[in-house]
Design a protein around this ligand. Structure first.
Ligand code: PMP
Length: 384
């Protein structure tokens, strides 16, 4: 007969009640579906309706491509959270942080003196993949920023990606290179109280944020860049104008609605939900891994947060798992033996004995991952 429902990946049978023991615990992607229950709870107040005649024009009534109300709401959000300075700075909207990352590389590069694009290892793989894909004469991906740390950076320009907290390991990071020939792109996708303590507002020249990691709406494709320098701002606007002619007005409308709710009551409800969920997950995973000698995960210390005014437990978006045994050079293969899959460390410029495990997916995904990791650790203890 017909199935009565669309089953979750690990369940089958006519009423989705049969657990499929062979199913894969997929901890590869960083899709923050952990926030879904928050939006289910606020379904009515976060809904928008767009009639067919509404917002048809390319431009807003004032001829611009950006909603002034949304620009103002984003500035208010940063003031509430205290994670970035927006006063006197420009804001550019993009189709997710993904589009803005490349717009920023374009804006900071100089056709007369090609730039070397770097990031300190382990780094988010898209920096390399995108820079190589666009294959411009104006810039080239050159790998690990730390390799250039002690060389005198005076020949040619550098563009350094700084990800804080870092994807994959959750550490707060600073630029490795410095000097007048170094420009930085601060990717602050995870600089929200869900994932980290927020010690102070960041005041860098070019900062990138995304709705995906803030509210969980990865599919809306919305990000923003906060820019100090007017010429850089103009170059980023030009990139947006020529690549897509701006961010869809439907998206801007939805984002405004979501951010109104997210900033209600000083953002307490959404960020408390995020912190509670993510700290529970890290506590459970840390406990499971604590008896293992074969595997380790990154160490993170409790830290004071200026947003919550408290000492916070660690709440990283990812576990950066290391296979400690000499023979476990391919750590993902070891995980695959218990039907767990993560992202291979070599993509992050590290060794394959590292794997990134996503902790931001749905509760079901996390529970399955935890169960399988428990199995792996208990087998190790049986062996010894
Ligand atoms: N930067 C980092 C560090 C990320 O982890 C991600 C998403 N995985 C992005 C940027 C891209 O986010 P978006 O969905 O906004 O394109």
């Amino acid at each position: 007969g017909k199935p009565v429902c669309e089953c979750n990946a690990c369940y089958g049978g006519p009423s989705c009640s049969v657990f499929l023991t062979e199913c894969i615990a997929d901890a590869d992607s960083g899709d923050p579906m952990f926030l879904e229950p928050f939006w289910v709870k606020h379904a009515a107040s976060s809904t928008i309706v767009v009639p067919g005649w509404h917002r048809m024009s390319y431009e807003f009534n004032d001829g611009s491509l950006v909603s002034k109300e949304l620009d103002a709401r984003i500035r208010m959000l940063h003031a509430v959270v205290g994670n970035a300075v927006t006063d006197g700075r420009y804001i550019v909207f993009g189709g997710g942080a993904t589009q803005l990352l490349h717009a920023a590389v374009h804006a900071l590069s100089d056709p007369f003196s090609p730039s070397r694009v770097v990031a300190s290892t382990p780094y988010y793989p898209v920096y390399r993949e995108q820079t190589e894909f666009f294959n411009s004469q104006d810039y080239k991906f050159e790998g690990d920023a730390s390799l250039y740390k002690n060389t005198r950076v005076c020949e040619g320009n550098f563009i350094e990606f700084v990800t804080s907290p870092n994807n994959p390991d959750g550490q707060l990071k600073k630029a490795v290179l410095e000097g007048q020939y170094v420009k930085t792109i601060h990717d602050l996708a995870y600089y929200w109280p869900h994932y980290t303590a927020v010690p102070a507002p960041v005041e860098e020249d070019l900062m990138i944020f995304t709705l995906s990691k803030l509210t969980g709406h990865g599919g809306s494709r919305f990000g923003w860049a906060i820019i100090k320098d007017e010429a850089v701002y103009e170059r980023m606007l030009n990139y947006m104008s020529l690549s897509t002619y701006g961010v869809p007005r439907e998206t801007q409308l939805r984002v405004l609605k979501l951010l109104k709710l997210a900033t209600e009551n000083e953002g307490k409800e959404m960020f408390n939900f995020g912190y509670k969920t993510m700290s529970n997950r890290w506590r459970k995973l840390s406990k499971t891994m604590s008896t293992s000698k074969r595997f380790s995960i990154q160490e993170l210390e409790p830290q004071r947060c200026s947003f919550s005014q408290k000492l916070r437990k660690p709440t990283p978006a990812f576990a950066w798992l290391k296979c400690e045994r000499e023979e476990d050079k391919d750590c993902n293969a070891v995980l695959n033996s218990v039907n767990v899959t993560g992202r291979d460390g070599s993509l992050f410029g590290a060794e394959s004995r590292y794997v990134r495990l996503s902790l931001v997916k749905s509760e079901d995904d996390f529970d399955l991952l935890l169960e399988r990791m428990g199995l792996l650790v208990s087998r190790e203890n049986d062996d010894s």
